[in-house]
Design a protein around this ligand. Structure first.
Ligand code: ATP
Ligand code: MG
Length: 362
């Protein structure tokens, strides 16, 4: 699926307009603070229902308005999909797919595949484990239908278990309920561990080649679960996970926190055997993120049969010429939307100039 048209009304600084895109390389250029990243934010929002900046709906409404409306028309020559999101302040957001209102955002995810790469993504390497978990969770949600459902259920049960732990600290009469919640949490959590392990394993294979091609270095990705499970057998995962939970019940009650489970997991990106988060230079870390994004694109293609739309927010200017050329070769054949301050230096199939929230085609 590629993005054909975008309709925008009252989204951040963007003026009411319709934008048409090429199904190849689109260069969206303009000075700082004109609305380039806001356009990518819209496309990602139509894809996964969430802002890549983690913004709230209220924040995306134009300062002088009380609502926003965005609509994307996507096409792949066989099929057509129209995704609409409308939001009125202090009301529920409404999402429509081909004119049908959907009940849950989870129904949106997987319809339009996108990969976004922005300067803040450096935090996938540099930042806390929660950022790395969010990164893999978002991608897996796009390729595995029930993953997001599992994750939401897991978080719900985890919340209830932590609440119960607090109660049990003062009143131990409800221990039976804890055992029930342990069974439930293991049921959802094991699938999360399994899918994440599989994703990281596949990504590791792809990334080894990418990094070697780019810089001649050796990459190694490793998923680290705090239960120390090194198997893809779901029954074994479940039983070890349950054992850990049972053994830590006393401690969990003492600290009122669930210590074991995928909410505490992480993955490591090693370059030449050393953890990139700790030892890599800024440039190496940027290259590592670039590999994660290009690798993600490859895996999405392998798993779903379609290439995601690539959204590159201001990343070209941060990479040296060799790396820019490498990306340029890799992205051929995909629909790409690149934001850049200058029109020069980047070859595109369509140039869109943005000024004060309004796009002029050339
Ligand atoms: P840069 O090159 O610096 O990254 P950009 O073109 O990507 O710039 P955007 O991040 O898209 O810029 O932001 C454009 C403008 O939108 C900014 O000036 C920002 O203050 C403004 N803006 C953000 N939220 C809102 C809002 N809710 N209402 C109106 N304007 C907003
Ligand atoms: Mg920007």
């Amino acid at each position: 699926m590629y993005l054909k048209e975008l309709f925008i009304d009252n989204f951040r600084n963007l003026k009411k307009q319709k934008i048409e895109f090429s199904n190849k390389i689109n260069i969206l250029y303009g000075k700082n603070a004109q609305g380039k990243s806001n356009i990518l934010e819209i496309i990602r929002l139509l894809s996964i229902g969430k802002s890549f900046r983690n913004s709230k709906n209220n924040e995306m409404v134009n300062y002088n308005s009380s609502y926003f409306y965005i609509k994307g028309v996507f096409d792949d020559d066989i099929d057509k999909k129209i995704i609409e999101i409308s939001y009125k302040k202090d009301q529920n957001r409404v999402i429509r797919i081909n004119n049908n209102k959907i009940k849950y955002t989870i129904q949106l995810v997987g319809n339009i595949l996108t990969t976004i790469f922005s300067p803040e993504d450096l935090n996938i390497i540099k930042g806390s484990p929660s950022i790395r978990r969010r990164y893999i969770d978002t991608t897996i949600s796009m390729i595995r239908r029930n993953y997001l459902y599992n994750l939401l259920q897991y978080n719900k049960v985890l919340y209830n278990r932590n609440k119960l732990l607090k109660e049990l600290r003062f009143n131990s009469s409800n221990k039976e309920l804890l055992n029930i919640l342990d069974e439930q949490i293991v049921n959802y959590g094991s699938k999360i561990i399994l899918y994440r392990q599989q994703y990281i394993k596949n990504l590791d294979i792809v990334i080894k080649k990418l990094l070697y091609d780019i810089s001649g270095e050796n990459a190694n990705l490793k998923y680290e679960n705090n239960i120390n499970i090194d198997t893809e057998n779901i029954i074994d995962i479940k039983s070890k996970y349950l054992d850990n939970l049972k053994n830590s019940q006393k401690n969990d009650i003492k600290y009122c926190q669930t210590q074991f489970g995928p909410h505490r997991d992480d993955f490591k990106f090693n370059i030449n055997g050393y953890n990139s988060k700790i030892y890599s230079s800024q440039g190496q870390q940027r290259t590592a993120v670039l590999c994660l994004k290009l690798g993600e694109q490859e895996i999405i293609l392998k798993e779903t049969g379609s290439k995601p739309i690539l959204l590159l927010d201001d990343v070209m200017s941060e990479l040296d010429m060799d790396r820019q050329k490498y990306i340029y070769n890799m992205i051929q054949g995909s629909q790409v939307i690149i934001t850049h301050v200058d029109k020069k230096d980047i070859d595109g199939n369509k140039y869109l100039h943005i000024q004060d929230g309004f796009i002029n085609e050339e």
